[in-house]
Write a protein that binds this ligand. Structure first.
Ligand SMILES: N[C@@H]1[C@@H](O)[C@H](O)[C@@H](COP(=O)(O)O)O[C@@H]1O
Length: 316
């Protein structure tokens, strides 16, 4: 398979080790916008940002930093009480996120993580972490999303609240450097269907990997918690189809995929040279570009998508 052209999305994907390093080195400067130990926090977003919210909620709660729920911004349960609402939004313009921040303003402290300091989210949130160095031209989010997790993870690490088994950011960055340079298996690049699996915080990564493949490549993907795989999703696996696991493998899962003729991928599994799961997401992002280009799609111009969704309430 010929090397993909260096499209905009690829340049952004390949720059992730650098943006993770930058955010890790400056984590203290963002502390005002980040959850304090013991706070009960709701994290919200849309699309990729929702999946990053899910990943962070699991990381924070399992690290003992405090109770954390994650919601698609449109599904926030009004009536629940939180100590803080944290919004993740690259654009700072997504209608559901802004509506939610406006609706809770004054009743609960709010914070946001965004890439663009010139948007309405700056006024709506009480505190904002601006990751402008991780902003992207692409419609499809890659580097902003993972840099948000790098920030939140580095913050948990600094607070002594990194869950057992989750690597410090220095190790994750070294793995990200490996991930941008690792060749993708031709068998995986040629597959027709992908099921992404994860557990705990890596379930959010599995959801995001599936979304990336749909957004950039129009691919048929599904994402599930790893233990749910045998409860139905396995029925669609077979030759030419991939089951891609983020994180440690549940006992016997590789054998189950093998038995039905599928391809099992577990670069962040149990092997001695396993990648950090967030670095493994870089492989999935790169795969999305390769599949898109193989199908004649331009990953920089995905079908039917806009960079952010701004709804006109007047036309409801
Ligand atoms: N097509 C984009 C998605 O790729 C993005 O994940 C989502 C959230 O955007 P933001 O993080 O800017 O709020 O908006 C749109 O749906």
């Amino acid at each position: 398979m010929s090397a993909p052209d260096a499209c905009r999305t690829t340049l952004e994907i390949d720059s992730q080790p650098e943006t993770w390093r930058r955010v890790t080195d400056s984590v203290g400067g963002f502390a005002a916008a980040l959850p304090r130990r013991g706070e009960r926090v709701a994290v919200v977003g849309c699309g990729t940002s929702w999946f990053m919210a899910l990943a962070y909620a699991q990381l924070r709660e399992s690290g003992g930093h405090g109770e954390t729920d994650a919601f698609a911004a449109s599904e926030f349960p009004t009536g629940r009480t939180y100590d803080r609402v944290l919004a993740i939004t690259r654009s700072g313009t997504t209608t559901e996120v802004l509506d939610l921040l406006a609706s809770v303003k004054g009743t609960v402290p709010t914070a946001a993580i965004t890439a663009d300091p010139k948007t309405e989210v700056m006024e709506l949130a009480d505190a904002v972490a601006v990751l402008d160095f991780a902003d992207e031209e692409s419609v499809v989010q890659t580097r902003f999303a993972t840099t948000v997790i790098a920030l939140l993870r580095a913050h948990l690490e600094a607070e002594g609240a990194l869950p057992d088994g989750v690597l410090p950011m220095d190790r994750a960055i070294a793995d990200a450097e490996r991930a941008v340079a690792t060749p993708l298996a031709p068998e995986v690049c040629a597959a027709e269907q992908f099921t992404f699996l994860g557990t705990g915080w890596t379930y959010g990564l599995a959801l995001e990997a599936g979304l990336k493949m749909r957004e950039a490549a129009g691919a048929w993907t599904e994402s599930y918690p790893a233990m749910e795989y045998r409860h139905g999703p396995i029925s669609i696996t077979g030759p030419g189809r991939v089951a891609w696991l983020f994180g440690a493998a549940p006992q016997g899962l590789a054998d189950d995929v093998d038995r039905v003729g599928g391809t099992f991928v577990a670069a962040s599994g149990d092997a001695a040279d396993a990648l950090d799961p967030l670095a493994d997401l870089i492989l999935a992002q790169r795969l999305a570009v390769v599949i898109a280009q193989g199908r004649g799609y331009d990953p920089d111009r995905p079908r039917n998508l806009t960079r952010s969704v701004v709804l006109d309430h007047g036309q409801d």
